[in-house]
Design a binder for this molecule. Structure first.
Ligand SMILES: C[S@@+](CC[C@H](N)C(=O)[O-])C[C@H]1O[C@@H](n2cnc3c(N)ncnc32)[C@H](O)[C@@H]1O
Length: 386
């Protein structure tokens, strides 16, 4: 049965209210997993359908169980805003765990996509395989942090704090004891919850959910921070301009930023390789959002200058790490940004390994064991606000 037929049945009043949420999930699944679309002709009925589903969700208080918007950063859109805008609506409706973004495009076609950061929503898996992030955090913090430790009572923000281990175990010990407060923010609820449970033993430290690309920075964050740190996050943030602008706004005059992210690596090409295989394309609808484009040093520095940052300095550092097969598998698994069904996950990862082998990232050691050489360029940028 096509979506069009389902909507027709809805129009004829065939479904009972208690069936509609199931029908809704089914339609979402078709839109996402099977790349079906809602045609222009069906748009009006679909809008009525969504309106009805929203009413049912609200009456069942599902809105509380599954918050439909990020209360910190997003004004709650009304149902009519969600349905009648010509521009992508985004984040308006969160019908289930997997479908977070509802877009009505100017052609009247509806798309639903996944929450972008599925990968990093698995704090334990991420931490287990984040040796790279931890090594680079050590390098960046030890080399640069001392430069900034001038004020007492600093209020510090860690953007993209992940599960909180780096914030708590690496950043906190290197800050002066006079530091007043450290807030870790992250787009992922799972990470924030995890960080609160595991890395909040010091009363100075707290965690809150925030998308650094938000249109509305919470008032309490505007010009609130003496130091903003962000480690290993910006390669996952598509809209650098928006995000760096927000960071600038959140910085107190005289404040400093220290940001590092991966500016080049094999990952974009590896994902392109699997994306080009029709078997995987349908599970990678968020491919263009999450796979960062390699950024040049000049691009980011120019952006910083335009925004108004002063004393902009940067460093590029190329690293190659060698892993055995098991560890390389763990890394690739922990980086999984896509909603590939569980039973296909192994094959999906094997295809990524295939790319590594075909592209010369693998060799065999004297004992006949495969060695994976993953290289990336770490970009570090520091700046201030006058
Ligand atoms: C690779 S982890 C890094 C975690 C930690 N900083 C570290 O060094 O290990 C990147 C984190 O950035 C977060 N992130 C991605 N996009 C974000 C955004 N737009 N706003 C805030 N956090 C974001 C992800 O959820 C993830 O937890």
């Amino acid at each position: 049965m096509s979506i069009s037929t389902v909507l027709n049945l809805f129009f004829c009043g065939i479904f009972r209210d208690e069936e509609l949420l199931g029908v809704y999930e089914d339609i979402c699944e078709r839109l996402v997993l099977h790349s079906e679309v809602i045609s222009k002709e069906d748009k009006e009925v679909f809008e009525r359908f969504i309106e009805k589903v929203c009413k049912i969700m609200n009456s069942k208080s599902l809105a509380n169980a599954m918050p439909s918007f990020n209360s910190l950063t997003d004004p709650q859109p009304s149902t009519s805003q969600m349905l009648h805008s010509d521009t992508p609506v985004g984040r308006g409706l969160k019908p289930g765990k997997r479908f977070r973004h509802l877009d009505v495009t100017s052609e009247g076609v509806l798309r639903i996509s996944y929450n972008k950061n599925l990968t990093m929503e698995k704090p334990e898996l991420y931490m287990k395989n984040s040796v790279l992030a931890q090594n680079d955090a050590d390098y960046v913090l030890n080399k640069y942090l001392s430069v900034f430790q001038t004020n007492n009572n600093n209020i510090v923000l860690d953007v993209g704090c992940g599960p909180g281990n780096v914030t708590y175990e690496k950043l906190l010990p290197l800050l002066p004891t006079s530091t007043k407060q450290i807030i870790g923010v992250d787009i992922s609820n799972n990470n924030i919850e995890y960080a609160r449970q595991h890395y909040q033993m010091d009363p100075k430290v707290s965690y809150e959910k925030l998308d650094i690309r938000t249109d509305t920075i919470p008032n309490k964050y505007v010009e609130a921070f003496d130091l903003i740190v962000s480690l290993y996050c910006f390669h996952l943030v598509g809209d650098h301009k928006k995000a760096f602008n927000n960071i600038y706004k959140m910085l107190k005059p005289g404040g400093k930023v220290l940001i590092s992210f991966i500016s080049k690596s094999l990952i974009p090409d590896m994902y392109q390789y699997v994306y080009d295989n029709p078997k995987w394309t349908k599970y990678m609808s968020n491919f263009k959002d999450v796979v960062f484009k390699p950024q040049t040093d000049e691009f980011t520095k120019k952006l910083f200058d335009e925004i108004g940052f002063v004393q902009v300095r940067s460093e590029e550092r190329e690293n190659t790490y060698t892993y055995n097969e098991e560890y390389a598998y763990g890394i690739i698994k922990s980086l999984n940004f896509f909603d590939v069904p569980k039973d296909l996950e192994k094959e999906f990862i094997e295809n990524q390994f295939e790319y590594c082998e075909n592209s010369g990232y693998v060799d065999v050691d004297d004992n006949g064991k495969k060695q994976y050489h993953f290289s990336h360029t770490l970009f570090v940028i520091t700046a201030g606000k006058s």
